[in-house]
Design a protein around this ligand. Structure first.
Ligand SMILES: [Fe+2]
Length: 428
C-alpha cells in the first residue's frame, strides 16, 4: 500500500506518489490526485468524506483499474485521494469533482500520465534531475543542457499556457487586459515596503509562537525530527499549527490586509485607475527547510487562475541562491533567474503566464515566504455566479473598494482561508 501522506503539504508529496504509482495502478489507466477538505465540504452542504469509501476499488492482476484510493488516514481535516479511471474526465466523474457541486477539490487536480511509467524507466523527479544536471550548484545556470533536463516539465507548461490563452473574457475586461497600463504593471518588479510599520514578520513569528533569538531561517533547528523523509511532514504541521487557529492567526491576517490596503491596492489603482480591487483572502505560506523542495515549473493559468492576477511574492527571510523562487521575465522566454530579495521587499510579476518554480533548497537556511495575488477590479468578473468556481470573491478572494470621499480603501467582501491557499492554514 502506498504510505499515506500527512495532512500538511500534501501537494508536495505528489512526487512520491508518482514514483510508486506504476506498482499499484494499471499502466493503461489514468490517475487523478486531489485533496479534499472536510471542513470545506461541511461548510458547503454537509457532505463528508464517506462517499470515498462507497466507491470501491476495482483491482485486476494486482493493479487498480478503477476507483478511489484514499491516501490519508481517518480523522484528519484533509484527505488526499488517488482516483483511477480511463481518462482524467472519467476520474473527475468518479470523484464527483466536475462542477464542484458536492465535492470541492484542489483548483487543478494534477493528472498523472501513466503512459510515462509504462516502460520500466526509473522516474527521476524534477528537482533531482535539475540537481544532477547543474552539478548541485548553489547558483544554477540554465545552460541548454540544464534546460534539456527539465524539458518534460517545460513542455507541459507551454501546452498549458497555450490552452489557457484560448480563454475569453467580456469586452470590458478584455479591453483592460489588453491595456498598456496592465502590460507595464505585470512586468517583474521588486518594490520596497515599510517592514516595520507593516508587521508581517513580527505577526508571523507571533502566530508560530517563536521564542527567543531563533531567526525564521533557523526554523529547521527547532523542527527537524522529520528531516530526511519527504513523506513525513509532522514537524511542519506542528511548526505551522498556529495558522490553523482562527484566533491565533487574526493578528497576522490583520497585518496582511493592512499591507494589501495600504501598499498593493494604491499601487495597482494608481496604475490602472480602478475603485475596486480583488485580492487573495489569505496568503500562501511557504516554509522550505534545507534539502526540501516545493513545486516544479508551472504558470498559474494552468490552475484556472484568471488572467488579471498580479502575483506578489514577499519573503520573510533572505532569498539566496537555491533558497528562492525562479521565474522567467516574459511568458515563454525561459530566461530563468532566482529572486534576490530580503524582508521589506516584495516582487510583483505575472505568474499567470510566466513560468515559475522552486528548486531543492541546497542552502543551510530555511526559506519562509508568502505569495498571493491581486486583481485590478475591472479585470475580474463582478457577478459571483460567473466567476471561476474555485476562485470566487467571498471564498478564495476578498474584495476592497475605495471608501467614499476620504479616499481610503476598505474590505467590502471577505473570503476565508482554505486548502486552495495551500496547507496548513485552513479553517479552524
Ligand atoms: Fe504559482
Amino acid at each position: 500500500m502506498i504510505k499515506c501522506v500527512s495532512e500538511i503539504n500534501l501537494r508536495e508529496n505528489m512526487g512520491t506518489l508518482v514514483l510508486h504509482l506504476a506498482q499499484y495502478v494499471h499502466p493503461e489507466r489514468t490517475g487523478l490526485y486531489t485533496i479534499l477538505s472536510r471542513s470545506y465540504l461541511k461548510d458547503l452542504d454537509g457532505t463528508d468524506f464517506s462517499f470515498v469509501d462507497e466507491y470501491a476499488l476495482v483491482v485486476e492482476d494486482g493493479k487498480i483499474v478503477e476507483g478511489i484510493l484514499r491516501l490519508t488516514e481517518e480523522g484528519e481535516e484533509f484527505m488526499a485521494v488517488l482516483v483511477v479511471a480511463g481518462t482524467v474526465e472519467e476520474a473527475r466523474k468518479i470523484a464527483k469533482v466536475e462542477g464542484g457541486e458536492k465535492v470541492p477539490v484542489a483548483p487543478a487536480p494534477v493528472s498523472l500520465s501513466l503512459s510515462e511509467t509504462k516502460a520500466k524507466r526509473k522516474f527521476v523527479w524534477f528537482s533531482d534531475r535539475l540537481k544532477i544536471a547543474s552539478g548541485s550548484a548553489q547558483v544554477i545556470t540554465f545552460t541548454p543542457e540544464v534546460l534539456a533536463s527539465i524539458e518534460v516539465e517545460l513542455a507541459k507548461v507551454r501546452a498549458g499556457r497555450a490552452e489557457a490563452q484560448k480563454r475569453t473574457y467580456g469586452a470590458d475586461i478584455q479591453a483592460q487586459l489588453d491595456s498598456d497600463e496592465w502590460r507595464e504593471l505585470r512586468q517583474e518588479t521588486v518594490r520596497e515596503f515599510d517592514g516595520v510599520s507593516h508587521k508581517m514578520l513580527e505577526a508571523f513569528r507571533e502566530v508560530l509562537n517563536i521564542k527567543g533569538g531563533v531567526e525564521l531561517d533557523e526554523l529547521h533547528t527547532l523542527f527537524h525530527g522529520d528531516q530526511g523523509s519527504k513523506i513525513d511532514r509532522r514537524e511542519k504541521t506542528l511548526m505551522l499549527g498556529g495558522l490553523r487557529d482562527a484566533e491565533k492567526r487574526q493578528t497576522f491576517l490583520d497585518a496582511y490586509e493592512k499591507l494589501i490596503l495600504e501598499v498593493l491596492v494604491p499601487m495597482v489603482a494608481e496604475k490602472i485607475g480602478c475603485s475596486r480591487v480583488v485580492f487573495q483572502s489569505f496568503p500562501c505560506v511557504r516554509v522550505l527547510r534545507p534539502n526540501e523542495f516545493s513545486i516544479g515549473p508551472h504558470c498559474d493559468a494552468q490552475y484556472q487562475l484568471p488572467d488579471g492576477n498580479l502575483n506578489v511574492y514577499l519573503p520573510l527571510t533572505d532569498l539566496v541562491d537555491t533558497n528562492s523562487l525562479y521565474l522567467e521575465s516574459q511568458p515563454g522566454k525561459e530566461d530563468f533567474h532566482p529572486l534576490k530579495m530580503e524582508y521589506g521587499e516584495l516582487c510583483t510579476f505575472w505568474g499567470c503566464y510566466c513560468t515559475h518554480f522552486a528548486v531543492e533548497n541546497l542552502t543551510d537556511k530555511t526559506r519562509v515566504s508568502l505569495d498571493f495575488r491581486v486583481i485590478p477590479g475591472g479585470m475580474y468578473e463582478k457577478d459571483v455566479e460567473k466567476q471561476e468556481v474555485d476562485f470566487k470573491v467571498g471564498s478564495y478572494y476578498s474584495e476592497c473598494r475605495k471608501n467614499g470621499e476620504g479616499g481610503g480603501w476598505a474590505v467590502t467582501t471577505r473570503g476565508f482561508p482554505s486548502h486552495r491557499h495551500g496547507f496548513p492554514h485552513t479553517n479552524k
